[in-house]
Design a protein. Structure first.
Lengths: 338, 553
C-alpha cells in the first residue's frame, strides 16, 4: 500500500487517516501553506506551522487548528509526521511522513532561494518525493533576488523623476512582503491596498518584523500619493481604484513575467520576474537533494517535468491535483479582497 | 531625493550599437502607450549612428535581410548547446509562442551584462554576407554571437535571423518619429522611404534627400487608406457630394510608368511587376510619368472573379497558359496620383477621376479597367445597392468625397469603406492550440467543426474575436477537457459553440469539408447554444453554391 494516495479529495495518507492540502472538506487536514488553493475551508481539524495558523484564522475564520514548529515529530495513528521549511511564503512547509521505515515528502509549493522571510528551503531525504512544477520548464530561470530588487528600486526612482506613482502588483500573502523588503532601502513611506494591509496586520500579530506602512483609504489625500510607492494585489489592477494614482506606472511582480507575451497581455508598464516558486534549476536541485527513488509531479508543467526526470533515469509520474492558481488570477483571493 | 534625480531605469541608460537597438525593441514591444513608443524611437533616431538608423527604417518598413538560416537549424544549434531533448525545446516553444524568444530564454545566462558592443549595421551586414556561406561558418557566427550577448540582444538577434520582425510598432509610428527627428512632414518621409532601396548601400542622407525621390523611377506614393464606416451613412451629409465605388476583394496596388519602365507595387510595398505578366503590355500603352491607384484582381470581360483565383497566383513563379486564360489578372484603377510627371494628389478627386478615365480609355486594353462608379441619388438607393455587393464579388462599397485630396495613410473624414455584413455560421470547437505573442501560454487558436449527420467535420480555424476574459475562460476549459499531454494540439470535448464570421467561401480539395473560408474569425461565443444546435456541412455547401462558385464568364 502506498503511504500517500492521490484521491479525489486530495493527497491521502491511509495509515494515518489524514489528508495533506485537501480540496474538499475532510476530518483531518495537514496544511502546507496559507494560499487559498492549498488551504481550503470546511475541514474539521487543521494542522499547520505556527506561522501559518494566524493566516488560516484570517482567511478561513475560527476552526479547530493545531500548530507545530519545524522538525517537531508528531504522531498520527502511528504515522510519524513533521514539517520542514519550504521557502515559499511565510510558514510554508513541506510535510514529511514516515511509516514502517518508509519516508515520503510532500513539497507543497516551494522555492530554493532564501527570501529572508519564509525560512530557507530545506531538502529532506526521502524515498518518495511529491513535488510541485509551477515553473517546470527550462525557460524559467530566475535572476538573483537582489538583482530583481535593484531593478524594482531603479524603476521606482525613474518613475519619481517622471513625477509618476509606482504601483507594484503583488500577491497579498508572500510577494507583497518581499516587495516591501525590496524597497525598504529607499526609506520611503509605502502605501498599501486594503487587502495587503489586512494581511500585513495579520503577519505583524503573528510576530513578524515588517517595515512600517500606510493604508490607503478613501480619505487618503491624493497629494500624499503623488510620486509615491504603492503595493496592490492583482485584483486591483485595471480597476477604478487605481485612478487616484494618476499619473502612475504599473509593475507586476510574478514569475510569469519571464515571457514577454504575458507582460504584453497584462498590458503593464513593467514586469519583474519575481517568483515564490522554484525555477527549473531549483526544481531539479531540490529533487536531487531529496535522494528520492520515486518522484510524483503535481501542479504546473507536470507532464514535461516528469518525462524529463524519467529520461534522466529517475522514476517519475505526474499527478492531477486541484492546486495551482495563486500565481495566476485566483478567484477566491479576489472575492476575499474585494 | 535631490541626488537621485538623474537615476534612470536600466532601460533608459544611454547605450550604443546593438545593445541600444535591443533596448529600443524591448521598449517598443512592452510599452503600453503610443507616446512612450514615439519617444523611444525619437531618442533612438537622435542618438544612433547614421548607418544603424538606415537599418531601423528598413526593418520597420518591411525591408528585412534574407533569411540566412532556417528555424530548424537554429533549434538544432540551440538544443546542442543547452543539452536538452528536442521535445523539451518544443514544449517550451509552445508555451512561449515565439521561436526567437524561446532560444533567448533557454541559452545559458551570460555573466557580462555589457553586451557585444557591435553596431546593428555590423550584424546585418554579416547576416547578408553569410547568406552564401556554408553551414559550419553560419553556425560559428550564430553560436559565438549568442554566447557574448545578453538576453535582450539574443532575442533581437534571433528575430533578425528568423526574418519575422513584427514587434509592436507600425511603419506609421516609425515614420512619425523619424519625421519629428529630422523636422520634415510625415507624408514627405513616407514618400521618401518608399520604393526600391537597399539599406546596405544607401546612406541616411541619401535616403531622406529630395533628390533621391526624383531619381528612383519606381518610387510609389504612400497609399491613402479608409476606415470602416460605423455610423449611419446619412451622417456623411449630402449624397451628391460623394462618389461610390465597389470595394473589391483583391490586392491594393499602384501601377507606375516612368522612364519607359513599368512598376507594380502592392500596398505592402512589395514590387510585384514580375508576378503578373499580364501587365507587361501596359508599358507600351501608358504615357511616361503616371501613377495609378487600383486593385489587382482576376477578371474576365471586365467581370471580377473570386479572390481564391488570385490566391492561386500569389507566390507562384511559373504561370500556366491555362491560368492566364481562365483567370487573367487585371488592374481595376480608381485613382490617378501622378500624371505627366506631376504629383496630382492634391487635385480634387473629380478632377483626378476625369483624367483617369481619359487615360484608361486611351490605353484601351482589358488588362487596365476602370473601377466603375455607382450611380445613385439618395442614401436609401445606396443602402439597397450595397446589399447586392456579393453578387459583384465586392466586399461592399467605398465612399469618397468628391472634393477630397489623396492623403497619406489611414485618415478619417474623406474616404470610407462600407463593407457588407459577414457570413456567419455556428460551429463547435474541437481542437485548440496555444497562441503566440501576447497570447503566449494560452489556448487561443481553435479549430471548428460543423455537423455532418452524426459526425463532426472540421472546416476552419479562427484566432481572433474573443475578449481576453473569454480567452481565459476557454483556456481553462481546454486545460480541463483535453486528451493529449504533449505537442501543440489538444483535442477537446466538442462542447463550446461559437459563431464564426467570414468574408467569402470557395471550394477547396485541401480541406476535409471541401470549403475554404476567407478571413474567418469568431464573432461571438454562443453560450446559449448546445453542440447539437450548430450548423451542418449542408449549410456550408449551400453557401458555396450561392456565393462561392460562379463559373467564369
Amino acid at each position: 500500500m502506498a503511504l500517500i494516495e492521490f484521491s479525489n479529495r486530495g493527497l491521502y495518507c491511509p495509515p494515518g487517516d489524514f489528508y495533506i492540502d485537501p480540496w474538499k472538506p475532510v476530518n483531518k487536514a495537514v496544511i502546507t501553506h496559507a494560499h487559498s488553493d492549498h488551504a481550503r475551508p470546511g475541514s474539521a481539524y487543521y494542522l499547520c506551522h505556527h506561522l501559518t495558523k494566524p493566516l488560516l484564522q484570517a482567511r478561513l475564520g475560527d476552526n479547530n487548528y493545531e500548530s507545530s514548529g519545524w522538525h517537531e515529530p508528531i504522531s498520527i495513528n502511528g504515522v510519524k509526521l513533521s514539517l520542514h521549511p519550504a521557502g515559499h511564503i511565510i510558514g510554508s512547509s513541506q510535510v514529511r511522513v514516515e511509516y514502517n521505515n518508509e519516508v515520503w515528502v510532500v513539497s507543497g509549493d516551494y522555492k530554493t532561494e532564501n527570501d529572508g522571510i519564509s525560512g530557507a528551503f530545506e531538502p529532506v531525504k526521502c524515498h518518495v518525493f511529491i513535488t510541485e512544477s509551477t515553473f517546470g520548464l527550462p525557460i524559467y530561470t530566475w535572476k538573483k533576488q537582489e538583482a530583481i530588487y535593484s531593478d524594482i528600486r531603479q524603476w521606482i526612482m525613474y518613475n519619481k523623476a517622471q513625477k509618476k506613482t509606482s504601483v507594484l502588483i503583488a500577491y497579498s500573502l508572500g510577494k507583497a512582503q518581499r516587495v516591501l523588503n525590496a524597497i525598504a532601502p529607499l526609506n520611503e513611506t509605502v502605501y498599501l491596498h486594503g487587502a495587503i494591509y489586512n494581511m500585513h496586520q495579520a503577519l505583524l500579530s503573528a510576530g513578524l518584523q515588517l517595515p512600517a506602512v500606510e493604508r490607503i483609504t478613501p480619505d487618503t489625500p491624493k497629494e500624499k500619493l503623488r510620486s509615491a510607492i504603492v503595493i496592490a494585489p492583482p485584483s486591483a489592477d485595471g480597476t477604478p481604484w487605481m485612478k487616484r494614482f494618476n499619473p502612475y506606472s504599473v509593475g507586476v511582480c510574478s514569475g510569469w513575467m519571464q515571457v514577454r507575451g504575458n507582460v504584453r497581455r497584462r498590458n503593464v508598464d513593467a514586469g519583474f520576474v519575481l517568483s515564490d516558486h522554484a525555477d527549473w534549476n531549483g526544481l531539479l536541485s531540490a529533487v536531487k537533494a531529496t535522494g528520492a527513488e520515486k518522484v510524483y509531479v503535481t501542479h504546473g508543467f507536470q507532464s514535461a517535468f516528469s518525462r524529463y526526470l524519467n529520461e534522466q533515469g529517475l522514476w517519475s509520474a505526474e499527478v492531477k491535483t486541484e492546486y495551482g492558481g495563486e500565481e495566476e488570477t485566483d478567484e477566491t483571493i479576489i472575492k476575499e479582497e474585494a | 531625493m535631490q541626488e537621485n534625480d538623474d537615476i534612470l531605469p536600466i532601460t533608459a541608460l544611454p547605450q550604443t550599437g546593438f545593445k541600444a537597438f535591443a533596448m529600443l525593441v524591448t521598449t517598443l514591444g512592452t510599452s503600453t502607450k503610443t507616446n512612450d513608443k514615439l519617444d523611444a524611437l525619437g531618442k533612438y533616431f537622435n542618438t544612433a549612428p547614421a548607418k544603424d538608423r538606415v537599418w531601423v527604417i528598413a526593418l520597420f518598413s518591411g525591408r528585412r535581410p534574407k533569411r540566412m538560416v532556417s528555424s530548424t537549424l537554429l533549434v538544432q544549434w540551440c538544443v546542442a548547446l543547452i543539452q536538452q531533448p528536442v521535445w523539451m525545446f518544443e514544449e517550451c516553444y509552445h508555451t512561449v509562442g515565439d521561436l526567437a524568444e524561446t532560444i533567448a530564454l533557454l541559452l545559458p545566462e551570460t555573466d557580462t551584462l555589457e553586451g557585444s558592443g557591435k553596431s546593428l549595421a555590423w550584424y546585418l551586414e554579416q547576416v547578408s554576407r553569410l547568406e552564401k556561406a556554408d553551414e559550419a561558418d553560419r553556425k560559428l557566427f550564430v553560436v559565438n554571437n549568442w554566447l557574448e550577448m545578453n538576453r535582450e540582444e539574443r532575442f533581437v538577434f534571433n528575430k533578425l535571423l528568423t526574418g519575422g520582425f513584427r514587434i509592436g510598432v507600425s511603419q506609421k509610428m516609425m515614420v512619425n518619429a523619424l519625421a519629428k527627428s529630422v523636422e520634415l512632414e510625415p507624408s514627405v518621409i513616407a514618400h521618401r522611404i518608399s520604393g526600391n532601396w537597399n539599406p546596405a548601400t544607401t546612406s541616411f542622407e541619401e535616403l531622406l534627400s529630395e533628390h533621391a525621390a526624383t531619381t528612383d523611377y519606381s518610387k510609389p506614393y504612400p497609399f491613402y487608406l479608409a476606415y470602416q464606416l460605423e455610423d449611419d451613412v446619412s451622417t456623411l451629409g449630402e449624397p451628391h457630394e460623394w462618389q461610390a465605388e465597389w470595394k473589391w476583394d483583391g490586392i491594393r496596388g499602384q501601377l507606375i510608368k516612368r522612364n519607359d519602365q513599368l512598376f507594380v507595387w502592392s500596398r505592402g510595398e512589395e514590387l510585384m511587376t514580375e508576378k503578373f505578366p499580364e501587365y507587361e503590355v501596359l508599358r507600351d500603352l501608358l504615357p511616361n510619368g503616371v501613377a495609378l491607384d487600383g486593385e489587382i484582381i482576376p477578371a474576365v470581360g471586365g467581370q471580377p472573379l473570386p479572390f481564391a483565383l488570385l490566391q492561386t497566383r500569389i507566390g507562384r513563379k511559373n504561370i500556366t497558359k491555362k491560368q492566364l486564360q481562365e483567370a487573367p489578372i487585371c488592374f481595376f484603377c480608381y485613382d490617378l496620383l501622378e500624371y505627366n510627371h506631376e504629383d496630382w494628389r492634391n487635385n480634387p478627386l473629380t478632377e483626378r477621376r476625369a483624367q483617369l478615365e481619359e487615360l484608361v480609355t486611351k490605353a484601351g486594353h482589358t488588362a487596365l479597367q476602370l473601377s466603375p462608379l455607382i450611380f445613385y441619388s439618395t442614401w436609401d438607393d445606396l443602402i439597397e445597392i450595397r446589399r447586392q455587393s456579393r453578387d459583384y464579388y465586392a466586399e461592399g462599397l467605398m465612399l469618397k468625397r468628391k472634393s477630397s485630396a489623396y492623403q497619406v495613410g489611414r485618415k478619417v473624414g474623406d474616404w470610407w469603406k462600407w463593407k457588407v455584413d459577414p457570413f456567419t455560421i455556428d460551429a463547435v470547437m474541437i481542437y485548440a492550440q496555444k497562441g503566440h505573442g501576447r497570447r503566449s501560454n494560452l489556448y487561443t487558436d481553435y479549430t471548428f467543426a460543423v455537423k455532418d449527420g452524426d459526425k463532426l467535420v472540421s472546416f476552419t480555424k479562427a484566432y481572433s474575436g474573443l475578449t481576453d476574459k473569454e480567452f481565459a475562460q476557454v483556456d481553462a476549459f481546454v486545460k480541463r477537457n483535453s486528451l493529449e499531454k504533449f505537442g501543440p494540439v489538444r483535442t477537446v470535448k466538442p462542447e463550446l459553440v461559437f459563431e464564426i464570421a467570414f468574408e467569402g467561401i470557395a471550394a477547396s480539395n485541401r480541406h476535409k469539408s471541401g470549403v475554404a473560408l476567407r478571413f474567418p474569425r469568431i464573432s461571438r461565443w454562443r453560450k446559449d447554444k448546445k453542440p447539437d444546435e450548430i450548423n451542418t456541412l449542408e449549410d456550408l455547401q449551400k453557401m458555396l453554391l450561392l456565393y462561392g462558385q460562379k463559373t467564369v464568364g
